[in-house]
Design a protein around this ligand. Structure first.
Ligand code: SF4
Ligand code: SF4
Ligand code: SF4
Length: 309
């Protein structure tokens, strides 16, 4: 009976094969994943969003591997009655939030993978199915994936979804940053281009931070003094401005240390002593429990400060 590479890796990931995978894991653990000087990103100014869902529609159109959703479905605004998360069928979703100061004008926010500078998902993936590209995109190779879902436990934003409905070839699904279809050809992501309100600005991350700071300085009454993603978990490629405190629009309050900074010393020890991958999964679960959102309000923004240490 034949065995494809996916099945082979799945079997290898069992107790008996962990030693071999451990060797592979070491090849990825501890790599300097952040610090790319030309890291691309997107600045999302949520104060401009009107909840038209054009970004969701464009994402579905460009990602042909997603289930085809009838185009008229994206005109259904009843989805805003609840809060949605990204799923195996949607790489991005927009949610609505009431403005306590203006009941006539709600806020909206778009969510997708944050393309972290030092991504927990990449560090946790023991077979290298998730990788950080120098462009900033966190990419996924389904051919390498063994379906262990460590990446899901390691993501502080609960982004990766899993195709539970796909019994034979389930994949982890998340926003690709339109790497293959757009970024690698020098084009902006489809959702950015589709937005009629120019909510999103695509460019080099460091330039986006300058733009964000100048907007906050120019319109202090419009924004909370915080650029979400500038420092959180070591920094993210997607950055956000908001008129409401970020915890009020479902952004977790996270520290400035990246997930791999916590996990990789443990990961090294686990593989060094040949402990089964189930233990690693437990460690990730514990880590995420410790990293659960803190309830403090947003910290004040310092326009002149560099990243907090
Ligand atoms: S948001 Fe989650 S899935 Fe996206 S790069 Fe960061 S850790 Fe990975
Ligand atoms: S960057 Fe591409 S894959 Fe990601 S949310 Fe936008 S359109 Fe979808
Ligand atoms: S396309 Fe732009 S304005 Fe419309 S929902 Fe998406 S981010 Fe908001």
């Amino acid at each position: 009976m034949g065995i494809d590479r996916r099945d082979f890796l799945k079997r290898l990931a069992g107790i008996g094969g962990v030693a071999l995978l451990g060797k592979g894991a070491k090849a990825y653990a501890g790599q300097p994943l952040g610090g790319f000087p030309d890291h691309l990103g997107v600045l999302v100014d949520t104060t401009l969003c009107v909840g038209c869902r054009s970004c969701e529609k464009a994402c579905n159109e460009i990602n042909q591997d997603l289930p085809r959703i009838p185009q008229e479905s994206f005109q259904d605004m009843s989805v805003f009655d609840g809060r949605r998360r990204m799923s195996a069928d949607s790489y991005t979703v927009v949610n609505r939030y009431p403005d306590p100061k203006d009941s006539e004008r709600p806020f909206y926010s778009k969510f997708q993978c944050m393309h972290c500078l030092d991504p927990g998902c990449v560090s946790a993936c023991i077979v290298g199915a998730l990788t950080k590209d120098p462009s900033g995109a966190v990419r996924y190779d389904p051919w390498k994936c063994i379906g262990c879902r460590y990446c899901m436990a390691a993501c502080p934003f609960q982004v990766p979804a899993y195709e539970y409905h796909n019994a034979l070839t389930p994949q982890v699904r998340k926003c690709t940053f339109c790497f293959e279809a757009r970024i690698s050809k020098g084009e902006m992501p489809a959702c950015v281009e589709a937005c009629p309100m120019e909510v999103m600005t695509f460019g080099k991350r460091r330039e986006l931070i300058t733009i964000a700071k100048s907007r906050i300085k120019k319109y202090p009454d419009r924004y909370v003094r915080h650029i979400y993603g500038e420092h959180e978990v070591g920094g993210t490629g997607w950055l956000y401005l908001s008129g409401l405190p970020f915890e009020d629009i479902d952004f977790p309050k996270l520290g400035n240390t990246s997930v791999p900074s916590y996990t990789e010393p443990i990961q090294h020890a686990i593989f060094k002593h040949w402990i089964p991958p189930l233990t690693w999964f437990g460690v990730l679960g514990l880590l995420m429990w410790f990293m659960k959102p803190i309830e403090n309000k947003s910290e004040p923004l310092s326009h002149e400060e560099g990243p907090e240490k």
